[in-house]
Design a binder for this molecule. Structure first.
Ligand SMILES: *Cc1c(COP(=O)(O)O)cnc(C)c1O
Length: 464
């Protein structure tokens, strides 16, 4: 008895790392038999996460890693709210609906107040829904004309993996326009060359993953207008605006890419990228209610009240949606423009500095008209480099920086590039510190070259 009281007393008073719980390694792949004190379990889990990279130094991700204290407060307050319980949490539901209308308005919907749209877990789910709407509408048109629905195809530029998933999951042929030479985006000619009666739609990306460039939505739309006049084929456009959907309305207002083009039937974006919301929210908006097939909408009555739902998920946290709304209120057009502009300024500063190093050719210089605030570059051809971009990426990791190097998709698998995504929270001062480390990394390889000199024609592709 006394022994038991002693050990309970020890447990309460022991410093966490002097406790018996932390004197052993915790089981990793089986649930433990016994309980642990919350603070002990917390310490173990929290400490293990130290081995992850530091998210603020992750210059690969498009997703938000800097969050205002008010955002954290709202997230904590909404941790227990399920956004699907629209009858129980009618204000969260109202806030979601307002966000849809705000986005429709930002994207110049002709009738924003009557637009249909929904929040999602991210652009991937939104892309799936957008692709499904294209597929269902195409099938309906084909059936009405008594034609086969066996062989649907979708035309894209070099796309994010979510469109590969959509094509495979729904058995749609993906006609992905390959890169050629210095062309890293789709062009109207390449699109039109691939269109036929089985094309369910064309998906230009506003902010291509590999380089950050904007695809020419207006030119593609106009080419499809001409195609319609000539052939009668009426091909809808869905814009993947995962990043650009939240950038262009504030920083590239002259680019016409949204519902100003009647052919653009739907747009997706990631709230957790340049929407500045925490991880876990995306959006899709249709131009007109008639662009979303009725068969895709379900009505559920078991939450009290009849609620239409169109989503792949059911239960989902409400906080990210609430914070999206907070951001709209907090920043307004002015705030979003300033936040994004500061990212572009930093990106252009970095492009300038990296260009000056002499080893690299800039592919995307981070200017607001060209694409998202990302800088991408490749090794200069015909010059000897004592390192590859992959070596530089590894070396920067020793200072915690994550600056990815990767190869391009078809038909430029021979080309490796490096990229920095500038997000809110990565300021000019930090960028100068990164550049110091970048120059140090190059100096290190000048002293300790790790590749053998080679002939000119190999220089461009030796790092594979
Ligand atoms: C990030 C991204 C996606 C996927 O978005 P998630 O929000 O991460 O699901 C799709 N398309 C493009 C162009 C992207 O940049």
């Amino acid at each position: 008895m006394l022994h038991h009281r002693e050990s309970v007393r020890d447990e309460m008073f022991d410093e966490v790392f002097a406790s018996s719980d932390l004197s052993v390694s915790m089981p990793k792949y089986r649930i433990p038999e016994r309980e642990h004190l919350p603070r002990h379990a917390y310490q173990v889990v929290s400490d293990e996460l130290l081995l992850d990279g530091n998210s603020r130094q992750n210059l690969a991700t498009f997703c938000q890693t800097w969050l205002e204290p008010e955002v954290r407060a709202l997230m904590a307050e909404t941790l227990d709210k399920n956004m699907i319980d629209k009858d129980e949490y009618p204000q969260t539901a109202a806030i979601e609906a307002r966000c849809v209308h705000i986005l429709a308005d930002l994207w110049n919907s002709p009738d924003a107040a009557n637009t249909l749209g929904t929040s999602t877990t991210g652009s991937s789910e939104a892309a799936m829904l957008g692709g499904m709407a294209l597929l269902w509408n195409w099938r309906a048109r084909r059936r009405a004309a008594g034609q086969s629905t066996d062989r649907p195809n979708l035309i894209t530029g070099p796309v994010q993996v979510c469109w590969h998933k959509f094509a495979r999951y729904w058995d749609v042929e993906l006609r992905e326009i390959p890169m050629e030479g210095d062309r890293f985006l789709m062009t109207p000619e390449e699109v039109v060359a691939r269109v036929d009666e089985n094309t369910i739609g064309v998906v230009p990306t506003l902010g291509v993953t590999y380089t950050g460039g904007y695809e020419p939505v207006q030119a593609v739309s106009e080419a499809l207008d001409r195609l319609q006049t000539e052939t009668g084929l009426d091909i809808p456009i869905h814009v993947d605006g995962a990043s650009g959907g939240f950038l262009a309305p504030f920083t590239a207002t002259d680019i016409v890419w949204d519902f100003r083009l009647p052919r653009v039937k739907s747009i997706n974006t990631s709230g957790h990228k340049f929407g500045l919301a925490p991880l876990g929210v995306g959006w899709i908006v249709w131009r007109d209610a008639s662009d979303l097939p009725k068969e895709l909408i379900f009505d559920v009555n078991y939450l009290g009240g009849d609620m239409p739902t169109f989503a792949l998920n059911f239960s989902r946290p409400g906080g990210q949606i609430v914070v999206q709304y907070y951001n709209f209120l907090r920043l307004g057009r002015e705030g979003y423009r300033k936040v994004h502009q500061s990212c572009y300024d930093t990106a252009m500063f970095l492009a300038d500095e990296i260009g000056k190093l002499g080893h690299f050719d800039i592919i995307n210089d981070g200017s607001p008209e060209a694409g998202i605030p990302a800088v991408s570059w490749k090794l200069k051809e015909g010059v000897e480099h004592p390192f590859s971009l992959f070596d530089l990426a590894d070396r920067l990791r020793t200072r915690g920086w994550q600056v990815p190097a990767y190869t391009m998709p078809a038909n430029r698998e021979d080309l490796a590039i490096q990229r920095i995504l500038v997000r809110a929270g990565f300021g000019r001062d930090e960028a100068t510190l990164l550049m110091d480390d970048y120059r140090d990394a190059i100096a290190h390889f000048d002293k300790h070259p790790i590749t053998v000199p080679m002939s000119e024609d190999e220089a461009g592709s030796f790092h594979h």
